[in-house]
Design a binder for this molecule. Structure first.
Ligand code: SAM
Length: 270
C-alpha cells in the first residue's frame, strides 16, 4: 500500500488547546501527549485491564460488532496503539471468510496509525504471535494529516484516541478523506455518565483511584491524572455527534456504553 504524507493544519503559536485541565499552546499539545504515551506504553495493556476491570475489552468488542468486519476490507485504526481493535477486526473478518470458504476472497487488511512509536512497538510482538504481520502494518502518523491516499480504506476506527488529538475537527475531516464512498466511521471514546448520581460515583472513582493505580503500576501518576481530566474536557455525546456531522459524515448516531462511561459514535461517508 503506497504511503503519502499530507500537509498538517499547523496550529499557530497563538492557538490554545486543553491538556487535561490545563490550557496550553496548541503547538505544545502533541509533544505533551506523546510524552504521556511514551511513559505508559510498556504497561498500557495491563493498566487498561486494571482500571476498567476488563470492561474495555467488552466495549471494543461492541465496536467491532458495529463495524461488522468482512473479508476484502481494509481498516484504518487511527491512534491504534498496541492494536486491540485492529486485531479484533482481522479476527472477525477471518471468521467470516472461513464461513464463506466456497467463495474466493482475499483476506482483510489493517493499518494501525499512531503518533507514538513506543505504543506501536509495544504491540508488534502480538502481530507476529497472531500471524498478522503480512496484512497488518503499523505506521507512525498524526490523525490530523493521515499518511494515506484519499478514499483508500473501507472502515476507520479510533478508540480512546480522539480525545488526545489537538485539532479534532481536522482529524474528523481527515477520517472522511481517507474513507471510500460507503465507508464507515466508528469512534469509541470515554464519555459522560447519563445520570448525576452515577457521574458523582464515577468522579470519585476516577479522580481518586486511577491516578493512584497509575502511580503503583507505571510509576507515573501525572499521565493518569491527565487521562481523567481529559475525559472531563471531552464534548458531551450530542456535541461530539454534531462535530462528526459537521465534518461531512452522514447518518451519525451514538450509543452509550456502561451508562455513558464510554460511547460509540458512528457515521458513514456517503
Ligand atoms: N486505540 C488504542 C486502544 O484503544 O487501546 C490506544 C488508545 S490510547 C488511550 C491513545 C492513543 O492515541 C495513543 O497510542 C496515542 O499515542 C495516540 N494518539 C494521540 N494523539 C494522536 C494523534 N494526533 N494522532 C494519532 N495518534 C494519536
Amino acid at each position: 500500500m503506497p504511503l503519502i504524507m499530507t500537509k498538517p493544519s499547523e496550529p499557530s503559536g497563538r492557538d490554545k488547546a486543553s491538556f487535561g485541565f490545563r490550557t496550553v499552546d496548541a503547538v505544545e499539545k502533541e509533544g505533551l501527549v506523546r510524552d504521556v504515551f511514551d511513559s505508559v506504553a510498556s504497561q498500557y495493556d495491563l493498566m487498561n485491564d486494571l482500571m476498567s476491570g476488563g470492561v474495555h475489552r467488552i466495549w471494543k468488542s461492541v465496536l467491532v460488532d458495529r463495524i461488522d468486519p468482512q473479508p476484502e476490507q481494509t481498516l484504518l485504526d487511527m491512534a491504534g496503539g498496541t492494536g486491540d481493535v485492529a486485531h479484533a477486526f482481522l479476527r472477525r473478518a477471518d471468521e467470516r471468510e472461513r464461513l464463506n470458504a466456497d467463495r474466493p476472497t482475499h483476506s482483510a487488511e489493517a493499518v494501525i496509525c499512531d503518533i507514538n512509536h513506543e505504543m506501536l512497538r509495544a504491540g508488534r510482538s502480538r502481530d507476529t504471535a497472531e500471524g498478522y504481520e503480512d496484512r497488518l502494518i503499523r505506521v507512525t502518523g498524526n490523525g490530523e494529516c493521515i499518511p494515506l491516499p484519499d478514499q483508500s480504506v473501507d472502515t476507520y476506527t479510533i478508540s480512546f484516541g480522539i480525545r488526545n488529538v489537538t485539532n479534532i475537527p481536522a482529524a474528523l475531516r481527515e477520517a472522511r478523506r481517507v474513507l471510500k464512498f460507503g465507508g464507515r466511521f466508528a469512534c469509541l471514546e470515554f464519555s459522560h455518565p447519563v445520570t448525576e448520581g452515577f457521574q458523582r460515583l464515577y468522579d470519585t472513582y476516577s479522580f481518586n483511584v486511577i491516578p493512584w493505580l497509575g502511580e503503583q503500576v507505571t510509576g507515573d501518576r501525572d499521565s493518569y491524572q491527565y487521562l481523567v481530566e481529559s475525559i472531563r474536557q471531552f464534548p458531551l455525546q450530542d456535541a461530539f455527534a454534531q462535530m462528526i456531522s459537521e465534518a461531512g459524515f452522514s447518518k451519525v448516531r451514538y450509543e452509550n456504553l456502561t451508562g455513558g462511561i464510554a460511547a460509540i459514535h458512528l457515521g458513514w461517508r456517503l
